[in-house]
Design a protein around this ligand. Structure first.
Ligand code: ATP
Ligand code: MG
Length: 344
């Protein structure tokens, strides 16, 4: 089992990142080690430059994200934790895969359409090519499991398409005609509950780091008071909660809050509604705020302890990068060789 996933060090990590991705990294880290596999989690700093950004901010956010991941339970002794910029193989393999990815495939990516909006001509080439770098990120390590939120499912399918076409077009054949694939086709690991947490201000948009309004998300580093006030001000409707999940079908905001409660408490949505159904948000929101503070409070406390020890955070990234460089070497060499590129 090889687990690979990444998170952009842009903005503040939020509840959606935690429930959709980070919590699963921590779970898989133990499974991978138990099975004699590897877990690699990287900060996608090369992805972060695909949007307008402030260099000083990116630098600071990268260290903050390392502190957050460790505070959430990622253990640098068991997980290879690094940033892309210190492992040049990511950028190299992306270029090699650019010859295989098709313009049409990338044009169909919903994240590209969402992030570019109406101004496609004004976007960076990096924002368009982003999913090719993402494919390189996981193919480089022969990933078998890729824990991501539901919003990244399409990009992972693209990574599989790129891997398949590359293997098909370039994988060397042995004497008996059998293919020796260069890349393993990665599987998404998307547990159903909490796969997509929505904005607190608009139940039709996903919670995002890049959303300008801070009130739209619960940050993992928010104080208990901030969490409570964000939940209190979250958009809802005037109806009491239904007693069964089916009653949430047309109520995006209510469905999101109940879904968050279910994911945090480890209960099914129906179980949450058995307890809270028939009651209004005046009752449910304080219960949700308490649960958030109880779950995320300890993470925040550990983050505060870790965040200013820059030397230790740099050391984690340097060690992780050295290991990632070694692990990526064989696949990168195989890709160069399959394409017929001459190297010393
Ligand atoms: P940005 O707005 O900068 O793209 P983001 O909030 O989408 O930030 P990413 O760094 O792109 O965060 O994603 C990190 C991981 O978190 C990915 O696996 C992604 O699928 C997951 N994720 C992001 N937002 C959510 C969400 N609202 N619900 C569940 N998972 C999410
Ligand atoms: Mg994103």
């Amino acid at each position: 089992m090889i687990v690979v996933s990444g998170i952009q060090p842009t903005g503040k990590p939020h509840l959606g990142n935690y429930l959709g991705a980070i919590r699963n990294y921590v779970k898989l880290q133990d499974e991978a080690v138990a099975q004699g596999g590897r877990c690699l989690i990287f900060l996608a700093d090369l992805h972060a430059i695909s949007m307008p950004h402030d260099p000083a901010q990116l630098n600071a956010s990268t260290l903050e994200m390392v502190a957050t991941l460790v505070a959430c339970g990622l253990d640098p002794a068991r997980t290879v934790l690094f940033n892309q910029a210190q492992v040049p193989a990511h950028a190299e393999l992306q270029w090699l895969l650019m010859g295989t990815a098709r313009m049409g495939w990338l044009s169909r990516m919903t994240q590209w359409k969402d992030k570019a909006g109406k101004n496609r001509e004004g976007q960076s080439v990096a924002l368009f090519g982003y999913p090719v770098l993402q494919a390189a990120d996981v193919l480089l390590y022969q990933a078998t499991h890729v824990p991501v939120g539901d919003d990244q499912k399409q990009h992972l399918e693209l990574a599989r398409d790129i891997a398949q076409k590359f293997n098909n077009d370039f994988a060397p054949k042995s004497a008996n005609g059998e293919e020796a694939p260069v890349f393993t086709l990665p599987e998404p690991y998307i547990p159903e509950e909490a796969a997509r947490i929505m904005s607190l201000r608009d139940g039709t948009r996903k919670m995002s780091k890049s959303e300008p309004s801070d009130m739209s998300r619960v940050n993992l580093t928010d104080s208990a008071d901030d969490m409570a006030s964000k939940v209190k001000k979250a958009k809802t409707d005037p109806e009491p909660l239904p007693s069964e999940a089916a009653g949430l079908a047309d109520r995006a905001e209510a469905r999101n809050l109940v879904g968050i409660y279910a994911a945090l408490s480890g209960q099914a949505v129906d179980a949450v509604l058995r307890e809270h159904g028939g009651k209004g948000f005046g009752h449910f929101k304080p219960a949700l705020a308490d649960l958030l503070v109880a779950t995320l409070g300890p993470i925040r406390d550990r983050f505060v302890e870790l965040k200013d020890d820059h030397e230790a955070l740099h050391a984690i990234l340097a060690n992780g990068a050295a290991e990632a460089r070694a692990l990526s070497r064989p696949t990168l060499d195989a890709a160069y060789s399959a394409l017929g590129l001459v190297r010393g």
